[in-house]
Write a protein that binds this ligand. Structure first.
Ligand code: HEM
Length: 487
């Protein structure tokens, strides 16, 4: 450089151009790395997107990935664009950045020259490929920004999957051109000077321009001071204002929304555990932790700290027990619900409870359902007050046998377990096979329609004990009917 006169050194890129280019490059690189784990792309059955899922954990989890892909990328690319518009406004020479038909011909001629030794086209300030990349990048980044921010802010004027598809297409096009730009800048020897100019000092020699961009000098008409030029000078205010407004929204402390409060079981019984479910949604734009507090009748009961990604909804649950019958107010972060606590029915016989627990390990509490003054069946709850099944215990008197049938029915009215026993251990039954799993297991998985003796139904009677078998079948059908009709 020192050997050349100052007159021989020309500023090819201003500091604003170079910073803007670097921020764009960084923004696109971070966007690609943080966007790839979310890529939904299957090519000829090969899940390409699936190869990149590991990146999320590698960079510190989904929360970090989103901060990178949304805040950092939008900030970098938005600022790069603002600086670019400012530099454009300050530029004294015309930019000739419009991609013309002549540029397309030059582009083809340029690579024919490069790879097939054809004659070299006489280029202006920009290589035609750069102009093409400029416009493709501008359109793709605009599309990526628009669709990305709409998805991020959940402003769904356009269906989410369509936004995502547009985002994916823009990502693929931009990535292909950026990769090409990158490779060509590495493999084409004369590009080294251009790279140094773009990344280090912005300057090239007049000789280099004459050799590679001879038409630059005739292109370089100085733009005279005009109203248009003055307007151009202030254009950058638009993206700057847009970006500031956007970030003033996006940087707000995330808020949450409390959804419906659900109480299980719906009929809360005095002294019995019940569960309060509450939906919490992070309505903000980034991951955050929220404190969710439960109050009953104004008394603080419990608190949950929950960290939610932006837009994420989680169902929290609190366990509680109330001994006083009557109305009570449940309140969760300002949202309240009135519940009625009713008298708990008489407790189940210990022996029957043991039988149910033997057949269903998670059975914890049993509420008898009384019909016509008699226990028709039991509602079975887990230790959280969740209804998990129905149970019945019936005595079956057949001419030759006295038996008991204990059964568990799932919430879809399908038989889950059956246990047939002698009414008393020391009594005789006609055919002991009626007490064995071979007969009992025929009932598993059946619905009421199928609980009939074969050939009509799916139950084969125990040979020599058909009446007892049919009595048992009828008993189970009756209970299934009652559960289905009243639950
Ligand atoms: C300019 C601001 C951008 C914003 C606000 C943004 C936002 C988003 C959002 C919200 C998603 C949906 C997945 C998720 O929840 O993270 C997404 C997906 C994605 N983004 Fe961006 N993005 C931006 C720019 C970019 C850029 C510049 C690229 C790459 C050049 C990119 C590449 C991707 C990819 C590959 C996906 C997955 C698409 C799919 O296959 O579904 N994004 N982006």
């Amino acid at each position: 450089m020192s050997l050349m006169s100052a007159n021989d050194i020309i500023t090819r890129w201003s500091i604003l151009d170079r910073i803007s280019h670097f921020m764009n490059l960084l923004g696109v690189l971070i966007a690609i790395v943080s966007g790839l784990p979310q890529l939904n792309l299957i090519i000829f059955g090969f899940d390409l997107g699936g190869q990149f899922r590991w990146i999320t954990d590698f960079i510190g989890g989904e929360g970090i990935r989103r901060i990178l892909h949304r805040y950092i990328v939008t900030g970098l690319i938005g600022s790069a664009f603002t600086l670019h518009v400012l530099s454009f406004g300050l530029r004294k020479q015309k930019s000739h950045i419009i991609f013309t038909w002549k540029d397309l011909k030059d582009l083809i001629a340029y690579y024919e020259h490069k790879f097939f030794k054809k004659s070299k086209p006489s280029l202006g300030f920009h290589v035609p490929g750069e102009k093409l990349l400029y416009w493709i990048a501008l359109v793709c980044l605009f599309l990526l920004g628009l669709t990305g921010i709409m998805m991020w802010m959940r402003s769904m004027f356009i269906e989410y999957n369509l936004l995502r598809l547009l985002h994916r297409i823009a990502f693929i096009i931009l990535s292909v051109f950026v990769l090409l730009h990158f490779i060509l800048n590495i493999v084409l020897p004369e590009q080294l000077t251009a790279l140094k100019a773009m990344f280090i000092h912005g300057k090239v020699s007049r000789e280099w321009i004459k050799q590679h961009h001879p038409k630059t000098f005739e292109e370089e008409q100085v733009i005279s001071i005009s109203r248009r030029r003055t307007l151009k000078l202030f254009l950058w205010i638009i993206p700057a204002a847009g970006l500031s407004y956007l970030f003033s929204e996006l940087l707000q402390k995330p808020q949450y929304k409390i959804g419906e409060i659900i109480v299980e079981p719906a009929k809360v019984m005095a002294g019995k555990p019940f569960t309060i479910f509450v939906e919490v949604t992070n309505t903000g734009y980034r991951e955050d932790a929220f404190s969710i507090q439960l109050f009953i009748d104004g008394e603080f009961v419990a608190e949950r700290k929950v960290t939610l990604l932006d837009g994420e909804t989680r169902l929290l649950n609190f366990k509680a027990t109330l001994n006083d019958k009557g109305q009570h107010i449940i309140e969760v972060n300002g949202i309240s619900k009135l519940i009625e606590v009713v008298e708990a029915p008489p407790p189940i016989e210990k022996e029957i409870a043991e039988k149910f627990k033997k057949l269903l390990a998670e059975a914890y509490d049993f509420i008898p359902v009384i019909k016509d003054g008699k226990i028709a069946y039991y509602e079975i709850y887990d230790d959280g007050g969740m209804l998990i099944a129905y149970g019945f215990y019936e005595r079956v008197y057949a001419p030759t046998d006295r038996l008991t049938v204990t059964g568990i029915i799932d919430l879809n009215y399908k038989i889950k377990m059956i246990d047939i026993e002698k009414l008393k251990p020391d009594i005789h039954v006609l055919n002991e096979k009626i007490l064995e799993p071979e007969f009992e297991n025929q009932f598993i998985g059946l619905m009421i329609e199928e609980v009939k003796l074969s050939p009509e139904g799916k139950i084969d009677a125990v040979s020599g004990a058909t009446i007892s078998s049919s009595q048992i079948v009828e008993t189970i059908r009756k209970v299934l009917g009652e559960i289905q009709s009243s639950s």
